[in-house]
Design a protein around this ligand. Structure first.
Ligand code: 6R9
Length: 631
């Protein structure tokens, strides 16, 4: 099953395309099931529905934890490194993690959680976040982790959309030098969340909090009362495992739903093969569990594979820009997986922070989240990998559940800035605007996938129509990724970035409509339009063009400052525009559509070729915006 050579890859890929069901069935055989499937795959991309391993019964946590107890119960499952290097780290063996997960599953159970109920987690990167996720899965409850940088109103929207019964939180969150009041945000959100019955609060920062009688309870006090064994609830392969909200090209974030069986099979398979996992690896993915990368490749896949996964609470630059490398040295990390934005930020700090540490334990490097530029790739390769570690450039999405296009460390070739080749089971195609498949090499088009893989999203929560609309309607019969892509003369894939109204800021997806809606909440804002522009560290930055009320008594600076606050309040600090330009009008077509193409050019500072502006309702406005931007 394991791919170890280029020939293995070629054979596996061919088999996965010629006989996909047989291929995935063989992979699925390697997991523990209470009952095997009746059918391997049943699907339609026309009227979207996908079912993998239907009829199979199992629990994913038995595969993550129980099955390792006999053979490697004392192996380290999870290493947790705190924000501050002064604080002690915590390590859990498989046996200990199993107990913690069972114990907290019992807490959830005694607070009324049953199979199918939704639990929202809004927590720092502490072991209990992973434990909470797995405890939900133990009971067949559906977890929805919300990144703990989102605002209370963004959190409330997600809780309400999921109709969650319980929210898991902490008193506070340490990040770098700062302490965030996590519970305050949750409390504020809960003022508008009638479905929530309980808030279970973990003590982390000892910040002062108020506990609401009858609603809020302490994690540790509850856990103390609970038994450390909890039988796993046996669910169907096609039962939901989690909801994760992500931005799309329209206003409201979508609740991407992953089902348990296929997700389990695909994440473990992709993990072991892409990183060429070994038994003694210490694996570290620096993502936050609030994003898909953390779900699949901090929690589920490494544990399914019986590996040692490291979880880091802090930030790359605290106490200084050597923090990542200090942690690598401390634990002898052998596989290191991070995002281009982090690489660029650390590259800018200079080599003195890198060279202080011994990085010789690193065997494989990985990158994810956005296209990596050549300078960052070279720096990563030369200074972190010391010129002799493969870099896996892993392209995938919240919706795909697992890595789709990537080289396999040391097995298939590296190529700077290229995700390279599809994993077995993945059939990428490039389509032109008319929906024709573009054949051959040295071509560019919109990236689509033409056959289902086990961890493809099943629906968007509570709104299947939206799922069909967003992913299966642009090109009939295909899953549309939203990314533009090039296939070079060697047949290697290079992702060019989003072709829809999604901006990728530091690897985080932001919908233009979502950010504009937030800006428009400011009382003096009449209308706004945002676009992405190239940013040295973040990959893309947000540039906002805003029309404000002429009668506003506020100065430009006041308005800009307040607009930033409004965005923080409605989405979170991650969505704050880098630049805000107050304008008197926006370039619109006669039918009222904003011509973002023009705004993008202005934001990039390149107005040499704005294209045809004659179809605009008011072409004069373009000159005014150009002038305002100092161009
Ligand atoms: C896993 C994750 C998905 C979007 C995706 C694409 C971009 C991710 C990439 C990459 C180039 C890579 N993206 N990995 N672009 N090279 N290796 O990031 O999921 O947050 O849903 O973002 O990120 O544009 O469509 P998600």
């Amino acid at each position: 099953m394991r791919i170890r050579t280029l020939e293995d890859y070629t054979t596996a890929y061919r088999k996965s395309v010629e006989t996909p069901e047989r291929f995935w069935e063989e992979v699925a055989e390697t997991f523990s099931w209470h009952k095997k499937w009746d059918t391997v795959l049943d699907y339609s991309f026309e009227d979207y529905s996908v079912k993998w391993f239907e009829g199979a019964k199992f629990n994913i946590t038995e595969n993550c934890l129980d099955r390792h107890l006999l053979t490697q119960g004392d192996k380290k499952a999870l290493i947790w490194e705190p924000n501050s290097p002064e604080e002690e780290a915590i390590e859990f063996t498989y046996k200990q993690l199993h107990e913690k997960v069972c114990q907290f599953a019992n807490v959830l159970k005694s607070n009324g959680i049953e199979k199918g109920d939704r639990v929202v987690l809004y927590m720092p990167m502490i072991p209990e976040l992973a434990i909470g996720v797995l405890a939900c899965a133990r009971l067949g409850a559906v977890h929805s982790v919300v990144f703990a940088g989102f605002s209370s109103s963004a959190l409330a929207d997600r809780i309400n959309d999921a109709q969650a019964k319980i929210v898991l939180s902490s008193d506070g969150n340490f990040r770098g030098k700062r302490i965030f009041d996590v519970k305050k945000v949750v409390d504020e959100a809960l003022e508008n969340c009638p479905s929530i019955e309980k808030q279970i609060v973990l003590k982390r920062t000892n910040s002062e909090v108020t506990m609401k009688e009858g609603r809020d309870i302490w994690w540790n006090e509850e856990a103390k009362k609970a038994d450390t064994f909890c039988p796993a609830t046996i669910i169907d392969a096609e039962d939901p495992l989690f909801i994760l909200y992500t931005s799309g090209s329209t206003g409201k974030p979508k609740g991407v739903v992953h089902h348990a069986g296929g997700y389990m099979v695909y994440t473990k398979y992709s993990f072991e093969n892409v990183f060429q996992l070994r038994d003694d690896d210490v694996y570290w993915c620096t993502a936050d569990i609030g994003w898909i990368t953390g779900h699949s490749y901090i929690v589920y896949a490494p544990l399914l594979a019986g590996s040692t996964t490291l979880m880091f609470e802090g930030v790359p630059t605290f106490p200084d820009a050597g923090r990542f490398w200090e942690v690598v040295d401390k634990y002898k990390v052998s596989i290191f997986y991070t995002a281009p934005t982090a690489i660029r930020a650390l590259q800018a700090k200079g080599l003195e922070f890198v060279n202080k540490y011994d990085l010789s334990s690193i065997r494989v490097l990985g990158t994810v989240g956005e296209p990596i530029n050549e300078e960052a790739w070279d720096w990563y390769h030369q200074h972190i990998g010391k010129g002799n570690c493969p870099i896996v450039d892993t392209w995938w999405q919240t919706e795909t559940g697992g890595i789709m296009i990537s080289n396999m460390a040391g097995v298939t070739p590296n190529k700077a800035t290229f995700a390279t080749l599809p994993l077995p089971g993945i059939q990428p195609v490039l389509l032109d605007a008319e929906g024709n498949e573009i054949e051959g090499n040295n071509v560019e088009g919109n990236l689509c996938i033409k056959y289902p893989w086990p961890s493809i999203l099943r629906t968007t929560y509570g709104d299947h129509e939206r799922c069909k609309q967003a992913y299966f309607s642009t090109y009939r019969g295909y899953y549309f990724t939203g990314d533009g892509c090039k296939r070079d003369h060697d047949g290697m894939y290079r992702i060019l970035g989003r072709v829809d109204d999604v901006i990728n800021v530091s690897g985080h997806r932001m919908g233009t409509a979502e950010v504009e809606d937030a800006i428009n909440q400011h009382e003096d804002v009449i209308e706004s339009a945002i676009v992405g522009y190239p940013h040295e560290i973040k990959g893309q930055g947000i540039y906002a063009f805003v029309i404000c009320d002429e009668n506003s008594t506020k100065s430009k600076e006041e308005l800009q400052k307040e607009i930033l606050q409004t965005v923080s309040q409605h989405i979170g600090a991650i969505a704050k525009p880098e630049k805000i330009q107050i304008v008197s009008g926006l370039p619109k077509t006669r039918s009222g559509k904003i011509m973002r193409r023009i705004l993008r050019k202005i934001a990039e500072g390149d107005v040499s070729n704005l294209g045809d502006t004659s179809t605009l309702l008011d072409p004069e406005v373009v000159n005014e915006i150009k002038e305002g931007a100092g161009l």
